[in-house]
Design a protein. Structure first.
Length: 191
C-alpha cells in the first residue's frame, strides 16, 4: 500500500516538473488554432396556463341612474402565464382579434346610441429581462391599449415567466347582456 502511495506521489511531482519545464521553454516552436461553434438564435414560448376569465362583469343596476347598465368601476384581472425566452434580442408582439371583447346580441334589437355589444379592454404582457442593448434585468412589458389591436416591443435575451394583465375601463354606454370574448396572441421573435 505504501508503494502505491509513493508511486502516485512521484507521478504527480513528475507531471508538475514536466509542466513547469514546458511553460519555461521559449525555444520550442508554437502554433495556435481556433475552436469555433455556432448557437442558432431562437425563441421558445410555452402554452399559456388557461384563459383570462374575467367572470361576471358588474354593471350599474340603479333605477333612474344615468349609468344604468354601464360598467362604472374599472376591472383589472391577472391573466394566464406562460414560460418562455429568447437567446438573442427579442421582438414581442401582442395582438387582440378585435378592439374589444364582443358578444352576439340575442336578436331582440337595441339602439347603438345607448347600448354597446363590445367591451374595450387593454392587455399587458410582462416578462423579466433586460431592455434592448442593456444587461440589467428589469420588468419589461408590451401593452395593447383599449383602442389598439396590436403592439410591439423589444428587449434583450431572457428566460422568464410571461405574465398577462387584462384591464377593462368604465364604459360610456350601457352594455348588452351576453358572453363577451376575444382572443389575445403573443409572439416572440429574434431580431
Amino acid at each position: 500500500m505504501k508503494l502505491l502511495s509513493t508511486l502516485a506521489a512521484s507521478a504527480a511531482i513528475s507531471a508538475v516538473l514536466a509542466g513547469s519545464a514546458f511553460a519555461q521553454s521559449t525555444t520550442a516552436p508554437t502554433q495556435t488554432f481556433n475552436v469555433t461553434g455556432t448557437v442558432a438564435a431562437a425563441c421558445v414560448l410555452g402554452a399559456f396556463n388557461g384563459s383570462a376569465a374575467v367572470g361576471p362583469i358588474t354593471v350599474d343596476l340603479t333605477p333612474g341612474d344615468a349609468n344604468l347598465f354601464k360598467i362604472t368601476q374599472p376591472i383589472i384581472k391577472v391573466g394566464p402565464t406562460a414560460q418562455g425566452g429568447c437567446n438573442d434580442g427579442v421582438t414581442v408582439g401582442v395582438t387582440k382579434s378585435a378592439l374589444g371583447m364582443t358578444t352576439q346580441p340575442d336578436g331582440s334589437g337595441y339602439d347603438p346610441a345607448v347600448f354597446q355589444a363590445n367591451i374595450p379592454y387593454s392587455v399587458a404582457v410582462l416578462w423579466s429581462g433586460p431592455s434592448s442593448g442593456q444587461s440589467n434585468t428589469t420588468t419589461q412589458q408590451v401593452v395593447v391599449a383599449s383602442n389598439q389591436q396590436i403592439a410591439i416591443g423589444t428587449g434583450g435575451a431572457f428566460i422568464s415567466p410571461i405574465n398577462s394583465v387584462i384591464s377593462i375601463p368604465a364604459t360610456s354606454k350601457a352594455v348588452l347582456a351576453g358572453t363577451y370574448t376575444d382572443t389575445v396572441g403573443v409572439q416572440l421573435a429574434v431580431f
